[in-house]
Design a binder for this molecule. Structure first.
Ligand code: THU
Length: 132
């Protein structure tokens, strides 16, 4: 697995998860085109809906620092099967990822799957719809 090291970063990112309501910690590590790694964790809220997933935290950190092109993302949680991103995160990834971006889904038991955004969100609504 070429990106085992990126999964290791995602596991470290789980430590920062703020998840007092679900106790479900998720970590993400996003590799920018520049080579920089952006870590993300889930950040929950007492009002529930403002909760931000680990994947979106990582993407928003990168974009806010000026990086909008990516090589890969690793996402990990302590799940029986590999973690699977929610629909909102798939839509956010579709904004910035093409199918060259390797999406690595993993768990703490060594299971790993590689996928792409068009597999996770076929027919995504994107800027293409505006003719961009
Ligand atoms: N969560 C993520 O951070 N990423 C996922 O891929 C799935 C769900 C978070 C949101 C919430 O804090 C907790 O996991 C339970 O849904």
């Amino acid at each position: 697995m070429e990106y085992r090291w990126l999964i290791d970063h995602a596991v470290k990112a789980m430590d920062q998860a703020y998840a007092p309501y679900s106790n479900f910690k998720v970590g993400a590590a996003l590799l920018g085109a520049s080579g920089k790694v952006y870590l993300g964790c889930n950040i929950e809220n007492a009002a529930y809906s403002p909760t931000n997933c680990a994947e979106r935290t990582a993407v928003f950190k990168a974009v806010s620092e000026g990086e909008t092109s990516f090589q890969a993302i690793a996402v990990v949680a302590d799940t029986a099967a590999v973690i699977t991103p929610c629909g909102v995160c798939r839509q956010v990834m579709a904004e910035f990822f093409d199918d060259q971006v390797v999406i690595i889904l993993a768990n703490l038991h060594g299971q790993v799957e590689e996928t792409t955004i068009s597999k996770l969100l076929p027919g995504a609504f994107t800027g293409d719809s505006y003719g961009l």
